[in-house]
Design a protein around this ligand. Structure first.
Ligand code: PEP
Length: 251
């Protein structure tokens, strides 16, 4: 398997209060301390200070679940990259399917957020993935390549080194239906091929591409053993310290 940096990133979604954040990270810290992969927890904005404090001195990096594409201004309810940087955030999830489905996120806003994150030194975890309908119509490759290229529009080759992509088939997120290891590998391969088309094969070989969608303690080993699967973006299973640590050990 290629030597790429594997990243296991939790995506807590809208779960855990600040107090619960402190307790869960304290529980997780010893369990993931000997990880070979990079360990990240992407948490709700208001939990970030508690998460950064609890993770201090450990190998857990903290991420946010979104970031706005402007520096500041009249964007009620949004959070800027400077705000996240000041709190000690390193990663940020961009374009999660829940944001695309429920909050009007488009390929264009995903691209703008990605560009702003990179400009400000945050590492974007950009989510792409097909719906079940798109898969059944045979559009998976086309869709994944299009979403990947749209997300990376105007991203320089130098900036690409800080980009993480998460292939998350929409039909597998939060459903308990996991892609087979071969489907995950194939999807990640389509993403890597799109990056190769835009930046060349060498650059594409260096990009960490995660799989996400009902990855859990029981299937993480098989999924992450695949050539193109460089870790995972973990929703439900990142809310349980033991399960998350098993996934971290698998990667
Ligand atoms: C996610 O939210 O990115 C995700 C993959 O969720 P789950 O693991 O719960 O399917």
């Amino acid at each position: 398997k290629a030597k790429r940096k594997a990243i296991i990133a939790g995506n807590w979604k809208m779960n855990n209060t600040p107090a619960q954040t402190t307790a869960l990270i304290n529980e997780m810290k010893p369990l993931v301390a000997d990880a070979d992969c990079e360990v990240v927890l992407c948490v709700p904005f208001v939990d970030i200070p508690a998460a950064v404090e609890a993770a201090k001195g450990s190998n857990i990096k903290i991420g946010a679940e979104n970031v706005h594409f402007k520096d500041s201004g009249a964007f009620t309810g949004e959070v800027s990259a400077d705000m996240l940087n000041e709190l000690g955030v390193e990663y940020v999830v961009i374009g999660h399917s829940e944001r695309r489905t429920y909050f009007g996120e488009t390929d264009q806003t995903v691209n703008l957020r990605t560009l702003k994150a990179l400009e400000k030194g945050l590492k974007p975890i950009v989510c792409v993935g097909e719906t079940l309908e798109q898969r059944e119509l045979g559009y998976t490759e086309t869709l994944l390549k299009f979403q990947t290229k749209m997300a990376l529009t105007n991203v320089t080759a130098e900036q690409l080194k800080n980009v993480v992509i998460a292939y998350e088939p929409v039909w597998a997120i939060g459903t308990g239906v996991t892609a087979t290891a071969d489907q995950a590998d194939e999807g990640n391969g389509f993403v890597r091929a799109a990056i190769a088309e835009a930046y060349g094969d060498d650059a594409a070989q260096g990009v960490t591409i995660q799989y996400g969608g009902s990855m859990n303690a029981g299937n993480a080993d098989e999924l992450t053993s695949k050539e193109n699967v460089d870790g995972g973006l973990i929703g439900g299973a990142s809310l349980k310290a033991h399960d998350f640590s098993v996934i971290v050990k698998a990667a």
